[in-house]
Write a protein that binds this ligand. Structure first.
Ligand SMILES: Cc1ncc(COP(=O)(O)O)c(C=O)c1O
Length: 381
């Protein structure tokens, strides 16, 4: 474990020497994590899944180690206590909370609870793909509406496609893969105009990274009081627990009951239940993770500007960037350098999505970028 600032700097080794700015501004040194304690055995630098490259806070990591002692027990009582803790966190009653094995499981439950033959899902394109897969499995039609030129959901066009058969609408805000926002007031108007048949998922997996923005307010923190709205959150991003799998929905008790029928029995493991409770308590750990991401994101934009690149403004822990070259080829070229970046997201065929990694990983990214054998900015086209 790295316990001192100097130890942390030493652990960064090559990148500190190469002059990369360190992401320490505003972060208390007491809560510095173990950034390189666990190396993936395949040697790839993973900038492809919008994970938290630094892992959970040290407080949460300690709880994970201790909670292994409960690995032999089914997590039944603990499920309820975590649902209560999440409810408390959001100032709602526990009946409003549904836990899932990642928010991916919540999306699956929603698809099977609200979709089926003859019913339709409306979503943006491109957006996070899980709900589309599950809608297909539930034999529903999926209507995908391209984002606007500002990379917001095209709510007018989505509304124009809605019919009495539309039973689910998926809004990802900030949107994955673009890291862009759809303005809150536009969403309120949109939801108000949707057919009464349509439930709306607001996926807030990247909520904590948004920070202060007049364009944004969480639909949990500022509820519309509309029983059709289902908000999803994840422990995989700012809390750094993607490998332990936990997400949740906040929705009306009736909606929670309807979705719960499709939950995996005992699907939430006892280790993550304890880790998540500790993560919610560790407000300093969360604010450090947010600050670190803000620094890393700023550094990404500095590096991009130095190369005359203009990434899409990011409100998350990843950035989307036009390469002016077929994305598949760029992805493969990074792979040859042992760097994994996000998949190709049609119809944005020349864009790549880069998850923010640690400074040494980003240094490797920019090195590989500079060696790509083709022009990569607008001026060269
Ligand atoms: C927008 C969005 N929603 C949900 C998820 C799934 O997260 P979880 O790990 O909680 O299943 C992701 C994962 O990348 C995501 O980007």
């Amino acid at each position: 474990m790295i316990t001192s600032r100097r130890g942390f700097l030493r652990s960064l080794g090559c990148c500190a020497a190469a002059g990369v700015r360190l992401p320490l501004n505003g972060i208390s040194t007491s809560a510095i994590f173990e950034p390189s304690a666990f190396k993936q055995s395949d040697g790839f630098i993973r900038l492809n899944s919008n994970e938290n490259a630094y892992g959970p806070s040290t407080k949460v990591a300690d709880v994970i180690k201790l909670s292994v002692g409960s690995a032999n027990r089914y997590p039944r009582i603990e499920y309820n206590s975590l649902a209560e803790r999440v409810a408390d966190f959001h100032n709602v009653k526990p009946e409003h909370v549904l836990l899932g094995s990642g928010s991916t499981e919540i999306l699956r439950m929603a698809a099977f609870a609200f979709l089926g033959g003859g019913k339709q899902l409306i979503q943006a394109s491109p957006t996070f793909a899980a709900i589309e897969y599950y809608a297909g499995a539930a034999t529903s039609e999926v209507i995908s509406v391209r984002l606007t030129s500002a990379f917001a959901h095209d709510l007018d066009s989505m509304l124009a496609r809605a019919t009495a058969a539309t039973t689910l609408v998926y809004i990802c805000n900030p949107n994955n893969p673009t890291a862009s926002l759809t303005p809150r007031k536009d969403l309120e108007t949109f939801i108000g105009k949707l057919p009464a048949s349509a439930f709306v998922i607001i996926d807030e997996a990247y909520h904590e990274y948004v920070g202060q923005s007049g364009m944004y307010a969480s639909f949990i923190d500022q509820s519309l009081g509309d029983d059709r709205v289902i908000v999803t959150r994840s422990f995989s991003k700012v809390y750094g627990l993607a490998g332990l799998r936990l997400g949740y929905a906040v929705a009306s008790p009736k909606v929670v009951q309807r979705m719960r029928k499709f939950a995996t029995e005992d699907g939430i493991n006892s280790v993550v239940i304890q880790a998540a409770a500790a993560a919610l308590d560790d407000t300093e750990g969360v604010s450090d993770a947010v600050q670190r991401n803000r620094n890393d994101r700023q550094e990404f934009f500095n590096q991009a500007m130095a190369r005359a690149l203009k990434p899409i403004d990011s409100h998350a822990n990843f950035v989307m960037l036009n390469t002016f070259h077929p994305a598949e080829g760029v992805i493969q070229d990074f792979r040859k350098n042992n760097i994994l970046i996000g998949r190709h997201f049609p119809p944005m065929d020349t864009y790549i999505r880069v998850s923010l990694g640690r400074p040494d990983e980003m240094l490797a990214f920019w090195r590989a970028w500079d060696e790509l054998p083709y022009p990569k900015n607008m001026m060269s086209h």
